[in-house]
Design a protein around this ligand. Structure first.
Ligand code: IMP
Ligand code: MG
Length: 184
């Protein structure tokens, strides 16, 4: 496991993102929406760095596919509770990969009447992008690699690491499968 972004680097970048978002939304209503589960730590840190009035809500998405690939077939398993008509929404995501989840969710929120949907993602991973989605507030930009920690997981592992590390997803899945208890 190799460290890619230290806890200190992340904290510094989150502070910068918060300052930029504060400037951009000053005097405008803001609804910050956390995409569960991966963004939960980033979201909690980010909203504390935004110094303007805001409300929060949560959505949860599921994507059918293997542990390391999203299939593009996306399901909202926890919908937003706020009435979003005419609201300025800031979607807060852990990492953008193909962009399919965010592109689906932005379209969904726009159809429900949001007046604007912007995206803040801690990591903007470029290599496998399949949509033209724009990340308005990217934390870090990366070409490729599978990351865990600071909310990010592989098969639900490592979300509690304070830093972000790169792992080999195939090796991790193999190890996790070997750990599974079996009947004897
Ligand atoms: P997309 O629809 O392909 O952009 O998928 C984005 C989602 O896939 C993220 O919200 C994560 O849940 C997951 N994901 C993509 N890349 C990684 C990674 O490197 N580590 C952990 N999760 C990832
Ligand atoms: Mg996610």
């Amino acid at each position: 496991m190799k460290e890619i972004y230290s806890a200190r680097q992340i904290a510094g970048r989150v502070r910068e993102l918060g300052e930029k978002i504060t400037e951009d939304y000053r005097g405008r209503e803001l609804l910050a929406v956390c995409i569960l589960k991966g963004a939960f730590i980033f979201f909690a840190d980010l909203v504390r760095c935004i110094n303007t009035e805001l409300k929060i809500d949560f959505v949860r998405l599921s994507s059918y596919g293997s542990h390391a690939d999203s299939s593009g077939s996306i399901l909202i398993t926890r919908d937003i509770e706020t009435d979003i008509r005419n609201k300025n929404i800031l979607l807060v995501e852990d990492i953008v990969d193909t962009g399919l989840s965010l592109s689906y969710l932005s379209r969904y929120l726009q159809k429900k009447g949001a007046s604007e949907v912007r995206i803040c993602a801690l990591v903007d991973k470029r290599e496998r992008r399949k949509t033209s989605i724009r990340v308005n507030y990217p934390g870090f930009t990366l070409q490729k690699g599978f990351l865990v920690g600071y909310g990010l997981d592989i098969a639900e592992k490592y979300r509690n690491l304070p830093e972000i590390c790169e792992v080999d997803p195939d090796k991790e899945i193999k190890a996790i499968n070997q750990e599974t208890p079996y009947d004897c």
